[in-house]
Design a protein. Sequence first.
Length: 768
Amino acid sequence: MDVYVDRTVQLHEATPAPTARSRNYNFEVAAVACVALIAATAWAVLAAGWVHGGGGAIVVAVTAVIEAALLAQARAPRIATAIAAPFLGLAAIVPTTLAAMPPAAGQTASVIAGRYVSALFTGLASTQDWDFTVGLCAILFLCGYWLGWMVLREHRGVLAVIPVFSVLATNVVNARDPNPIALPETIAMVLAIAVVAAAHMGSLGEHWAGSRITALDGLGWRFGSSAAGVAVVLAIIALLLPAVSTTDISARLFPHGLGFGTSGKGVGTGPGLNTIGFSPAVTLGGSLVSHPQPVLTYLANTTSPVYLRIADDTEFDRGSWFPPSQGSDDAGNPLTRVDYAPGALPRDTIPAVVGPGNNETTVTASLTLQANATGLTPLAPFPGDPASASLAGVASGAAAAAGSNELLTIDEVQLSHLITAGTEIQTSAYVSTATVAQLRGAGEDYPRWTNQYIQMTDDISQGVETIRSLAQQWTSGLTNPYDQAVAIEQHLRDPALFQYTLNPPVDNNANTWPVVFFLTQSHKGYCQYFASAMGSMLRSLKIPTRLVSGYGPGNLRTQTGRSGDRTMEVTTSDAHSWVEAYFPGYGWIPFEPTPPSNQGNYQPIPRGQTVVSGPQTPPPTPRTGPPLKPGNVGGTDPSTGPTHKAHSSVPVAVVISLSVLGAIVLGIVVALLWLLLPRSLAGAWKRVETLGVLSGVDRRKAETHRAFAARLARARPRAGSALNDLATVTAQAEFSESGASAPERARALRTWRRALFEATVWPRRSPG
């Protein structure tokens, strides 16, 4: 019996323990696969265009996997890993997104904290880019953290990829355009299969290591290559199936659509949920979502923010506005289309139309357009009242006289060829510099041709009478058209009276105009509601008015050269509608009834300011933050007049956040230095015991140095030799009469650093 037991022990001792190279589970390969999967997932989400910018989400997602991998390698308890998750998440999200936070008045540290809390929980439902980005970072952090821990510590591959699959499925089902996300989604799916295989191999490796089973050489590579082959084959099948299918399966699954629209054009074109984008008409009704897509970039000869007009809406119909139709107005003025060659547009520039020369300036813009910049019709954008265009086309507007090839107004310019990605065009436009006093003195001697701009069709709902009654109440005691226009503008912009929202209430009474419901009951809407309300109220007071559809100024993209050339980028979410009223001798004057909101900080347009033309000297620090829109607080535009600092306390909050981050980094550095640089042999052994705690191997009472090193080596097999050498020298120094010599102590300290490197870099096994 004794011989049998001895032989059994001898057999076990003769069985070699799996080494780091021979083990089936390769920690590094699985970790790299997890990082690649979460990065591809973030890439797919960003490629769908849910948010403009947001590249920091990839950094946060990858950081989450790395943090989970470090905790898994350190054998951290599950409860500690769960408790650390929110703190690690904030440490990754806040520094990544803080600089992009939109400025607002009174941003103290507590306000910033509140904005983060709100964005973390409701950001994905927000229409603001920053809030959405923070919410997206939170979701991707949780996915990455869960993925890294479940694969590298729990070895549960299917459970690990379920959140990732949920994100990918939501993304592909709701994406407006599948083309940009096809490649990243495919890569993510292939990597997900590889991650599941790696987790399964890890589980087998842990089981074999615990049972002291030695895997065959090359098994891991054969298993991995087989899993990779299966993943590639499945991806190819998935890509080929739609091409050979003639049935639109998605149409059967979602017969009424997914609620996000299909074209991405139009703003509020009817009931349901539409995406913000340019529309040549102003039609009220329905909710909107903001999924910004780049539509154009432009460089103007001014530092002042400009509105990019595309189409004038002159026909009013029950609260909605449409471009002019062919024929003539009620006064007999012909509405016509005139072909033009590149250069000046065919318009009559009499002072009664565009104003005296000393009360206007010319702004030019060089634009690069995307295919969807102006919808289905190739229209030219202008930085004001159209004057010239570098591409030929057809100009539409009110003709000066029957048969005339000159237009009194140009309501839109249709190009003679389609707009494709990268189409370049240079346009110029007139911008009024009339002062408030001049506009007040313009009088009401309107030319006959402006009669078309006061027409309002009514029906049995008596909508016009309701609008006129409100307009008279709001302008009571005012007889000057300019003061009346300003009074209506200010009334609509008053946050105590009207609120901006992309989800306006819907009136169930079909006989009530949406604009009347907005003015009398809901008091909530987006830019089209505010523009339609002001435009209809001005017309009810017999002030010639038209609405303009186009884009707001967009965001600063680059500022280059000594001259400070400012290239602006405009997205679909910059689509905007505003109001223009006609003033004799000064032409069409713009007004901004839409209040500031998450979609843009639109402010009343300043009067009497000369637009600075030509290249400008760049400011000391180019700003790339909030959109540069008229009156944008904190902007660099000197023409908008003095503004108060919107976030005077932001630097304090930034300092606090950076201080916390710096303290975390400093703590990590101090901990690493403490681990790497012990000053004595006793200190080195103290660090060995710390490594044991991190590895889940606590030193037992009365356990010798070599016995503890042997147990720790089973969890950190690569460092086994170094740990044994260090234990021998430490025991010699503590218990032998001769102790350890100085060279032996110095060598032992170097041995500790080698043990630490091998223990943390190379794979490890369960302590068993």
